[in-house]
Structure formats: C-alpha cells, structure tokens
Design a protein around this ligand. Structure first.
Ligand code: NAD
Ligand code: UDP
Length: 328
C-alpha cells in the first residue's frame, strides 16, 4: 500500500446524502482526507454541518453528470437519488446520473489510478422470482416502467464498471445495497422507514401501499457503512458485486406495527394503491459478504428503529431547513 498525503484522499459522491454523510464521517474518523461531492438534490448541508470544521474535510458542489478533474486515491460513487418519489421526479436526470455520472467517475478513476466503489442496489433484481436473492441471479426488471430510470440506470452502471475493469484495468468494487435506514434520512424522503416513523411521531395516518404483504429486509446504516469499508479494503482481484443488507425479512404491515409500538403512537393505518412494479419480496443472500468480507449485520430492526426514532423525534421538534429543491 503506498503512503502519503495523496493516498489518503477519498472522494465521496453523494456525500451530503443519507449514506454519504455517514461514510464521510467514518472515513474522517479513520484518518482519511475526504472530498464530499454533492449537487444537493436530495442531500442536505445539515447532514454534513458537523464535519465542516474538520480541516481534512472539503465540500464540492458539483453534478457528476459533468466531468471532474482532480486527484484522489479512492472513490465511493453514491451520487443518485434513492427514493422512488425523488428518482422518478426527474427520471431523465436519474438515468444521466447513473450512466454519465458513472462514465465520468470511472474516467477519473482511470486517469488517477483510484479504486472506485459503486453503490449499486437490490433493485437490479427487480421484482425477483428467486428468493432470497444471490448475486448470481440476473433479475426480473421492467425495462420501461416507472422504476426503470433507477433500476436500469444502476444495471447499466454495473455494466460500465465491469467494462472499464476489463478494458482499462480500473480497480472496481460493486456493492448491491438492500433497503438501508437510519438517522439523517430526510423526513420527506418518501421511503418506507422514514415515512412510517415521521407519520407515527406526528400522529398522522400510516400510509400502507397495497395490502402491506410485500416484504423488505432492512439494514441499519452503521452495518452498511462497515460493509462499504470492508469491501473497499478487499484485495484488488475482488470486484463483487456483493450483496450488503440484513437478511431479516418483514412485511410492510409488520414494519408499521413495530413503528407504532416503538413510538407509542395512536396513528391508524390507511391503505393506498400499490405503485406500479413495486417488488413483492426482497431478502439478500449474504453468503458472499460473509465469506469475502467477513461481514454480517449486527443491528436488529428493533434496535435500529429505536435509534432512528430518537433522531426523527429530535428533528421534528427542532426542524432544520434542508434545501430549496426538497422544500419546494
Ligand atoms: P440520498 O438521496 O440520501 O443520497 C444521494 C445523494 O446523492 C444526495 O446527497 C444527492 O443530493 C446526491 N446526488 C444525486 N444526484 C447527484 C448528481 N447528479 N450529482 C451529485 N450528487 C448527486 O440516498 P442514499 O440512501 O444515501 O443513497 C446513496 C446511494 O446508495 C445511492 O446511489 C443509492 O442508489 C444507493 N442505495 C441506497 C439504498 C438505501 O436503502 N439507502 C439502497 C440501495 C442503493
Ligand atoms: N411503502 C409503503 N408506504 C410508504 C412508503 C413505502 O407501504 O409510505 C412501501 C412501498 O410500496 C414498498 C416498500 O414500502 O413496497 C418499500 O418502499 P421504499 O420506497 O422504502 O423502498 P423500495 O420500494 O425501493 O424497496
């Protein structure tokens, strides 16, 4: 491993988002110099405000759809809206972010010799017909549905990563992230955990899409960040893709009941139409992560929800403006 100032410089795209802000914090704690890049589409300055006094932390307001020329030794490519309501709001830009953004970040990795990790997703499996999902499953994705801008963008990004590896010897790592939750999710993010907690704390109806029998597996953010760090540290020959997620599987109704119990809320359940192409089931097979990264999640849903509820409780009683886009 080479030493010195440059080796320690890490670029985190999407660094002001939910996962990105936790990753920046972890990297700084481990002694890295961190360049946080974000266009603040769904991210927030509030997420990184506590890092701004650190002399080893820099922020760059930039859109990865545009090329970037700088020198770094590692890149974590997280930039991309992750919640269905946000990635569908400007579907063309979502595809652009995943595809042209990946080309730009891979070009940067190629020029500088940096290792690059892609935040891919369980959405590459679509509405899976194999359960649980191993990395070898090719998926069941509608290529032109409402979720395609995200799912197919991420699939194309994986193809680009492997092409740059084969053609240009770029050092790549691909994490397929399953639903992850925790503090610093945006209160209006739209994803199920933040929606249910915010609704329960405000005493508003809990919005169940469909009959709530669809399942998801929920990973606490600290576990996921540990998985990122371990994946980036694997030997150069290991590229993944590797599933990172918590194999505990819950129906959306079970999640709602747990949130109501843990918040002590009197919110009632209301049922809305299921969005199109909403996957019926999802659960990671983490055999590969256990073998290659010696990783498995440590935080159960009950404990992770308690920490997340505590965060939103403070947030709701002390609102901080996020950014113009999200407030609009
Ligand atoms: P998030 O929306 O909180 O963070 C995404 C960040 O990327 C935001 O700060 C946003 O402003 C920024 N961004 C979006 N488009 C950009 C662009 N073109 N240029 C620069 N910055 C841009 O979401 P998150 O949950 O933190 O997700 C981070 C990454 O992990 C995403 O790539 C997402 O697809 C992936 N992922 C997350 C989950 C999850 O459950 N959290 C699951 C699967 C995959
Ligand atoms: N969901 C729900 N109510 C909400 C938000 C989401 O019932 O207020 C459902 C959604 O239809 C999906 C699941 O919860 O079946 C997870 O949704 P999320 O948007 O968090 O993630 P994804 O669908 O991308 O896994």
């Amino acid at each position: 491993m080479s030493q010195g100032h440059d080796f320690q410089r890490v670029l985190v795209t999407g660094g002001a988002g939910f996962l990105g802000s936790h990753l920046c914090e972890r990297l700084l704690n481990e002694g890295y110099e961190v360049l946080c890049l974000d266009n603040f589409y769904t991210g927030s300055k509030a997420n990184i405000a506590h890092l701004l006094q650190n002399p080893f932390f820099e922020v760059l307001n930039h859109d990865i759809v545009q090329p970037l020329f700088l020198h770094v030794s590692q890149i974590f490519n997280l930039a991309c809206p992750a919640s269905p309501i946000h990635y569908q709001r400007d579907a063309v830009h979502t595809i652009n972010t995943s595809v042209n953004g990946a080309v730009n970040m891979l070009g940067l990795a190629r020029r500088t010799g940096a290792k690059i990790l892609q935040a891919s997703t369980s959405e590459v499996y679509g509405d899976p017909e194999v359960h649980p999902q191993p990395e070898s499953y090719w998926g069941h994705v509608n290529p032109n549905g409402l979720r395609a801008c995200y799912d197919e963008g991420k699939r194309c990004a994986e193809a680009l990563f492997f092409s740059y590896q084969r053609q240009h010897d770029v050092l790549i790592k691909i994490a397929r992230i399953f639903n992850t939750y925790g503090p610093r999710m945006h209160p209006d993010d739209g994803r199920v955990v933040s929606n249910f907690i915010v609704q329960a704390l405000r005493g508003e109806p809990i919005t169940i899409y469909g009959d709530g029998s669809q399942t998801r597996s929920f990973c606490y953010v600290d576990d996921l960040i540990e998985g990122f760090m371990r994946l980036m540290a694997t030997q150069d020959e290991f590229y993944g893709p590797v599933n990172l997620g918590n194999p505990g599987e819950f129906t959306i109704l079970e999640l709602a009941e747990m949130v109501i119990e843990l918040t002590g809320s009197r919110s009632r359940l209301v049922f809305h139409e299921l969005p199109s192409d909403d996957p019926k089931q999802r659960k990671p097979d983490i055999t590969m992560a256990k073998a290659e990264l010696d990783w498995e999640p440590k935080v159960c849903l009950h404990d992770g929800l308690l920490k997340t509820i505590e965060y939103f409780d403070k947030r709701i009683s002390n609102p901080i403006p996020f950014n113009r886009d999200m407030a609009a």
